[in-house]
Ligand binder design. Structure first.
Ligand SMILES: [Zn+2]
Length: 161
């Protein structure tokens, strides 16, 4: 297994192998910058990681024969154990970056005033929520809700296990 040293406070940027969809979702919940897509495996993954100085996350044992940039081989098939490995091996943390990225496309979310999202969200959401943000790339609107609390609880449970 290769270890990647990451200095404290530096932003961790990742490029995830296409088989790591569940892990990617949780990394984005935690606010990590992680790219992911059907084209990201093998040499495509290596090229993308190199172009943006990203650390590769992979389950592909053959990757290291392709002379990749720094990578982390994830030992488990399970996303919760993969997350724990990243917490342990590269000090993955969340905090104020939590829920700061679009879960679908990885863009950084921007705050939106309530009146500007009136036509973009269901009426019950509009009437019950005060704070909104949105993804400038895919235009999805986000608001704090019970599912965010549940996600945070799940994340903390994974980290504590
Ligand atoms: Zn988006």
């Amino acid at each position: 297994m290769s270890k990647v040293e990451i200095t404290e406070g530096a932003e961790r940027k990742f490029a995830a192998d296409r088989m790591l969809g569940r892990l990617v979702k949780w990394l984005r919940v935690a606010g990590c910058d992680v790219i992911y897509g059907a084209h990201l495996s093998g040499y495509g993954l290596i090229r993308a990681a190199r172009a943006e100085n990203r650390i590769i996350l992979t389950r592909d044992r053959s990757l290291k024969q392709k002379q990749p940039p720094p990578f982390i081989f994830l030992e488990s098939d399970r996303y919760d154990e993969q997350l724990r490995q990243l917490i342990r091996d590269c000090g993955l943390k969340w905090g104020e970056r939590l829920f700061s990225r679009c879960l679908l496309c990885n863009s950084v979310l921007q705050a939106r005033s309530k009146t500007t999202v009136e036509k973009l969200v269901p009426p019950y959401v509009y009437s019950s929520q005060e704070r909104f943000s949105w993804c400038p790339a895919c235009r999805r609107v986000y608001w704090p809700a019970t599912h965010q609390r549940k996600m945070l609880d799940a994340l903390e449970k994974i980290a504590a296990a």
